[in-house]
Design a binder for this molecule. Structure first.
Ligand SMILES: [Ca+2]
Ligand SMILES: [Ca+2]
Ligand SMILES: [Ca+2]
Length: 848
């Protein structure tokens, strides 16, 4: 009742018109089960298990019953769950069935928790202005899950904080920051977490934290003060509760939840959810353009993303700002339709003919973009933040300072222990049945805590990624010789200072830093490790200073769990990092090529390290070749394509014909199989090959040029768009770099101007919003939040490249810019960001 009154109040209109409007309103907003198998009305999409809990990291906040509300995915995780506020490593249900019944306008799924032999059925049915969610049990819930199993639906904090809510007539507001009540309960009452891991350190109390509800009742109204977020939830049989998941994890959501009744079967829960649809709502156009700007002579095409209900305008205009601050229209051009792509309609506005340097904005109907530059220098600095800020901040085993701020102290002073055999790892690694080293389980492997780069938003050293990183730096050095020096690096002091030139090109210092760790691995372990990573989950999800992940003291089993030795030199805290050491000859081979490359680059700068790298290169090459020869050939596409690049690097490093022959033997069939993914490797070979190689390569470059043209028809942006669980900036970088080198060697086949498609996408011309995906880089409107190690501060590390525009099945692209915590959209990696360094350098070279 209260809710109905509230709706009246909101509309502030007379009773008669309320009646009239609520009738027509109800008709207009009725949810339909559409051809893509979700419930839809204009402004509201309710997805039912279109996206399953299948990610590598359990609860990725990307699955379940989801709500896309006026264009923004504001709710997800709708499912039977086992805790009040599920975390990333809590158990998620398998969803083996999904039945769509058009006659009854319903979608039915079984949700299964194998660990508890617990099945439930969830049926979602279109009902008037919303959906009804019912949970059925064929057997009562297992005893051990009584009071734990419930139905949850999670709401995005950044879209709800500061907004009001009403529960059974009581008024309240969603908190901006979590300040909630919780209780500590005995560990044995906590449902199992993934593979028996624990996300928390109970400090010896034997208890876990359980958040208490903020509210409890039968009728919830979320955001009555914001029609685009207004959702009404009512429950017939059991109470609804509201929790704040941020008590346990900064990436937690607001959770609406009902506990399933114990000892009952049949229909045990019924919720009605009515998301408000604003009458006549049409999504605002998303005018995509390069936030970094344009050089005068380049193509300049804005791609405008439109609601399918929106009527495209005939023209758009370009305004130029005069030096007195006024603006005037300098160009008006036709809007040209591209067509539909997934959920939206796309049109283009070409203003290539505008070439005068200046400050501009686009006017499309009532919509005016922020301003951007047309100027010859706009791309000059696109890699500086990445090389000067992001990369040095990710230097492991160093103290990193910037002016008044310390980014992190020196991490992992106690070094790394041998990971015990038969250990699974939460970051998707494993130690097999043997260690493949001379070290005993949990014995210190001395000397590994030197050099290396943090992987990404986490702090481990992924060996494969670090090898790529050194290769990327060497490639950058050898192709472009950047002498840029803005970073002070002192390996003796283990100290890095940003913005302090020290007379040494930074790229050389980065090559040295990466090589130091990798050489240490090869020398001390005898081969490459898989990873140097956390031993316990409760310090893997660390947010804050990397130096405080561990206590810096070696673990001493003679001490109590949280005890520190009297001499202060060891502790009883089991926080030491582990080295996962199974030998992989393919990785060793990959390392051998990297060592050869870094040996070349370091010669004359650090001759000792250069010589050590060369020794390891030769040794690993010999041993890995023998080990691989003793194994059956890996014919998987990955194995073969990895071999192409490795053999090229081996040839470049050694000059030996056998590697050249093997490279050629593998290259041409790989190009025949997939020119798009292999061409860059082939182009990397051009400087090392004779003219006949280039001629043989030409038809493949022609094929690639056709592929580039074909992309124009595939999507409105003319770039490869990735639809997986990790968004596609990496593919864009690869695409852009391939174009740069292809047009350098084959300018008659691939026009250099094609490369602007990659920068356009990265810097703002893409679906969902028009922000630059590269943190802070020269753009008017870069993204504001990224998944870096400072993500809990809703911040960024300058120079980071976000994976970007994530696809959610069946038709939704998104990139949250108020919520950093979805890694598939917002995390930058060391390998990806050093790829950006290569792309940016190649691109700048091309522009010149
Ligand atoms: Ca990692
Ligand atoms: Ca330097
Ligand atoms: Ca320690």
């Amino acid at each position: 009742m209260i809710i109905r009154e509230l709706f009246k109040h909101l509309k502030s209109i007379t009773t008669l018109t309320v009646l009239f409007f609520s009738l027509s309103h109800a008709y207009a907003q009725e949810l339909k089960l559409n051809d893509l198998e979700y419930f839809e009305t204009q402004g509201v999409n309710v997805l039912v298990y279109s996206n399953l809990f299948t990610g590598g990291f359990n609860d990725e906040k990307n699955a379940g019953i989801e709500l896309i509300h006026h264009g923004v995915r504001t709710a997800q995780g709708g499912a039977v769950r086992l805790s009040n506020t599920p975390e990333q490593w809590d158990l998620v249900p398998e969803i083996p069935t999904r039945k769509v019944d058009r006659a009854s306008k319903s979608i039915e799924s079984i949700l299964r928790y194998k660990d508890y032999d617990f099945d439930s059925r969830v049926i979602v049915t279109a009902k008037g202005n919303g959906v009804e969610i019912s949970v059925y049990l064929d057997k009562p819930i297992p005893k051990e899950l009584e009071g734990s199993a419930g139905f949850n639906l999670e709401f995005l904090p950044s879209q709800y904080w500061g907004k009001a809510y009403i529960v059974d007539g009581r008024y309240n507001r969603f908190p901006r920051y979590v300040v909630g009540n919780s209780v500590a309960r005995p560990n044995n009452e906590k449902p199992k977490q993934f593979k028996g891991y624990k996300t928390y350190d109970d400090r010896g109390t034997g208890k876990f934290i359980d958040p208490l509800p903020l509210e409890r009742g039968r009728a919830f109204l979320l955001a009555p003060d914001e029609p685009s977020r207004l959702v009404k939830i009512t429950s017939q049989d059991v109470d609804l509760m509201l929790f704040d998941g941020r008590v346990l994890a900064q990436n937690g959501w607001f959770v609406v939840r009902s506990i399933l009744p114990s000892g009952k079967t049949g229909k045990v829960l019924t919720w009605t959810i009515e998301p408000n649809a604003i009458k006549g709502w049409v999504r605002e156009p998303n005018i995509g353009f390069s936030q970094v700007g344009y050089i005068p002579k380049q193509p300049k095409v804005a791609v405008i993303e439109l609601d399918k209900k929106d009527k495209p305008l005939a023209n758009a205009s370009l305004y130029k700002m005069d030096n007195d601050g006024s603006a005037r229209e300098v160009f008006s051009g036709k809007i040209v339709s591209w067509g539909d792509y997934y959920k939206y309609h796309y049109v283009k506005f070409d203003f290539t003919s505008v070439t005068a340097p200046g400050i501009y904005y686009i006017q499309y109907g009532n919509f005016k973009t922020n301003d951007f530059l047309i100027e010859n220098s706009v791309y000059d600095k696109i890699t500086d933040a990445t090389s000067d800020i992001w990369i040095p901040i990710h230097m492991n085993h160093m103290f990193v300072n910037e002016a008044y701020r310390v980014w992190h102290g020196e991490p992992f002073k106690e070094g790394y222990l041998q990971a015990p055999p038969n250990t699974d790892h939460f970051d998707l690694h494993a130690q097999g049945p043997t260690t493949d080293t001379k070290y005993k389980a949990l014995e210190l492997i001395p000397g590994l805590n030197v050099g290396g780069f943090f992987d990404a938003g986490d702090f481990d050293i992924e060996t494969g990624a670090n090898i790529s990183v050194v290769q990327n730096f060497v490639q950058t050095w050898e192709y472009f010789k950047p002498l840029r020096d803005q970073t002070f690096v002192d390996q003796k002091q283990r100290y890095v200072d940003l913005h302090r030139p020290d007379g040494i090109p930074d790229v050389l210092q980065f090559i040295e830093h990466g090589t130091l760790n990798l050489v240490a691995q090869a020398e001390i372990v005898g081969h490459m490790t898989q990873t140097l990573s956390n031993a316990v989950l409760d310090n893997y999800h660390h947010l804050g200073d990397a130096a405080s992940i561990t206590d810096g003291l070696p673990y001493n089993p003679n001490l109590g769990p949280y005890e520190k030795a009297k001499d202060g030199r060891s502790s009883g805290v089991k926080d030491d990092m582990w080295a996962f050491t199974n030998r992989n000859p393919r990785l060793d081979l990959f390392a051998a090529t990297m060592f050869a490359a870094s040996s070349r680059a370091l010669k004359g700068y650090n001759d000792d390290l250069s010589a050590r790298a060369l020794v390891q290169s030769k040794r690993l090459l010999k041993e890995a070749t023998e080990l691989l020869a003793a194994k059956p050939e890996d014919n998987s596409p990955w194995g073969a394509s990895a071999n192409v690049g490795t053999n090229l690097q081996l040839f470049v490093a050694t000059g030996e014909k056998q590697y050249l022959d093997k490279f050629q033997e593998l290259l041409w069939p790989a190009l025949d199989r997939n020119v798009n993914t292999t061409l860059l490797t082939a182009l990397n070979a051009v400087p090392h090959m004779d003219a006949s190689f280039k001629e043989k390569l030409r038809p493949y470059v022609v094929k690639y040029a056709d592929y580039i043209k074909g992309l124009e028809k595939e999507n409105p942006y003319g770039v490869p768009i990735v639809l997986g669980n990790w968004a596609g900036s990496g593919a864009i970088l690869n695409f852009g770099t391939t174009i740069c080198f292809a047009s350098q060697y084959f300018p008659d086949v691939v026009a250099p101007s094609e490369a602007f498609k990659a920068t356009n996408w990265l810097f703002g011309c893409h679906p969902y919003h028009n922000y630059s995906l590269v943190a802070t880089v020269g753009a008017t409107r870069p993204k504001a939040v990224f998944y870096g190690n400072n993500r809990a501060d809703f911040s960024f590390i300058p120079g980071n490249v976000a994976p970007g525009i994530l696809f959610r099945k069946p038709d939704h692209f998104e990139n949250y810019d108020d919520w950093p915590f979805l890694w598939g959209q917002n995390e930058g990696t060391i390998a990806g960001n050093t790829n950006y360094l290569i792309f940016g350098s190649a691109f700048r070279n091309l522009v010149k």
